[in-house]
Design a protein around this ligand. Structure first.
Ligand code: THU
Length: 160
């Protein structure tokens, strides 16, 4: 039996200018906030920016700790901040960026598994897709239609 279980979709844009205006603004916000990341141990600065349905942008960057496992990724800092400040607002997109010098390839550092799992829950909870935009060294931006596109066959709250 064949069953459609999801749609996995992404596009690659060669530079920021190729993006739609609101996406360009969001990616720029993620890039700008990388410099404020607190990453004295890894020196790997990551920025994230979230767009809400009401037009607001919520930013976050990685927060490390001398007790290494206690640190949190930029994506989850931004997500939990958005969830706290705007509990009833739909998230339409998240952009993730790394300090340019840190990603020496054309492939940007994509969100880690834990952040993807966290994103899945936000997407599932609001029952509307969250677009994911990721950029690294150059101006290239990977754009995923939904969180489902970066975490296929995810475990989610629908199973509980
Ligand atoms: N990091 C993020 O902020 N997001 C990710 O998706 C992967 C990794 C952070 C965590 C840690 O502070 C540093 O990058 C090195 O792993």
């Amino acid at each position: 039996m064949k069953k459609m279980v999801g749609e996995f979709h992404y596009e690659i844009y060669d530079n920021l200018e190729a993006l739609k205006t609101d996406d360009k603004k969001l990616v720029k916000a993620a890039i700008e906030t990388t410099s404020d990341a607190y990453a004295p141990y890894s020196k790997f600065k990551v920025g994230a920016s979230i767009r809400l349905d009401n037009g607001s942008i919520v930013i976050g960057h990685n927060q490390e700790n001398a007790v290494y496992p206690l640190g949190l990724c930029a994506e989850r800092v931004a997500l939990f901040s958005a969830g706290s400040q705007y509990p009833n607002e739909t998230i339409t997109a998240i952009a993730v960026a790394t300090e340019k010098k840190l990603a020496p390839t054309d492939i940007p550092p994509f969100p880690c598994g834990s952040c993807r799992q966290t994103l899945v829950e936000f997407e599932s909870k609001q029952q509307q897709p969250i677009k994911v935009l990721v950029t690294g060294t150059n101006e290239r931006v990977f754009v995923f239609k939904s969180v489902q596109s970066i975490l296929p066959f995810a475990f989610n709250d629908l199973f509980l």
